[in-house]
Ligand binder design. Structure first.
Ligand code: PEP
Length: 256
């Protein structure tokens, strides 16, 4: 099969307001253009806070920037009495292509269970958003169960309601590597990514497994991205801290 197009996804978390977002995305586009970035070879996506999305959409569409974008979370519900929630329909209306679901910070700080994550995945797919399904083990999980057991179980749960017609991305993010400066090794990332691809194969078949992009996330920087990208089952990265630095993120995107 043709190689999956790598995806470099910047998770801004709760950083950059909508004015800062406009300046940032414009400068990121210039930086990539200056570097003659080939967007058909490596896709670059940003995941701003909800309140930035309209501004980012307007800029990207007005200037026809080849950068894709999505939200950092979505409600599991369609509409109604859910104060503070944002629906998949709203995100689709803002031309989000992606939505991050089940980030470890949502799982831990907002008690998102595997069931909630699965419901959000279904809600996103119902509006043709591509879920970026985050899975990953804590340091305690790693010590107790080894590297793959927890991420594999999380992915199985997240894919419960998913059919083989669905388009989704998986992000393997060991919790101990997020924001810690201590990235997994490329070999560790590959081991879990290949176990996750086997889950997709078993649940949804070979074609879906072949086309699904599996990202590594956790302390990715310009200096370590190349090692991850050499692994056959790693198709890009989900990048937190380093995605807020234009030069660094742009050099991650040009990892070769
Ligand atoms: C993340 O939170 O998705 C992440 C990978 O963060 P960082 O790159 O800062 O470790």
């Amino acid at each position: 099969h043709p190689r999956r197009t790598p995806l470099m996804a910047g998770n801004w978390k709760m950083n950059l307001d909508h004015l800062q977002a406009i300046a940032f995305v414009q400068k990121l586009a210039w930086s990539l253009k200056d570097a003659r970035h080939d967007f058909s070879t490596v896709e670059v996506a940003v995941f701003p806070p909800f309140t930035d999305l309209r501004s980012v959409q307007t800029l990207i569409s007005a200037d026809k920037l080849p950068i894709t974008f999505g939200a950092q979370d979505v409600s599991a519900h369609q509409s109604g009495a859910y104060t503070g929630e944002i629906s998949a329909a709203f995100l689709a209306q803002l031309e989000c292509q992606y939505v991050i679901i089940g980030h470890s910070e949502r799982r831990t700080l907002h008690n998102e269970t595997d069931e909630v994550v699965a419901a959000k995945v279904t809600a996103a797919l119902g509006h043709n958003l591509v879920p970026v399904i985050c899975v990953g083990e804590t340091a305690a999980d790693l010590a107790e169960h080894g590297p793959s057991a927890v991420p594999v179980a999380q992915l199985r749960a997240a894919l419960t309601g998913v059919t083989n017609a669905a388009d989704f991305v998986v992000a393997y993010e060991p919790v101990w590597a997020i924001g810690s400066g201590q990235a997994a090794t490329p070999e560790q990332a590959e081991q879990v990514a290949s176990a996750l691809r086997a889950v997709v194969n078993e649940m949804l078949g070979q074609d879906v497994a072949d086309k699904t992009r599996i990202l590594y996330g956790g302390s990715v920087k310009a200096s370590n991205i190349a090692g991850f990208m050499r692994e056959p089952n790693v198709d890009g990265a989900l990048i937190g801290g380093a995605s807020l630095d234009i030069a660094e993120f742009s050099s991650i995107a040009r990892y070769q």
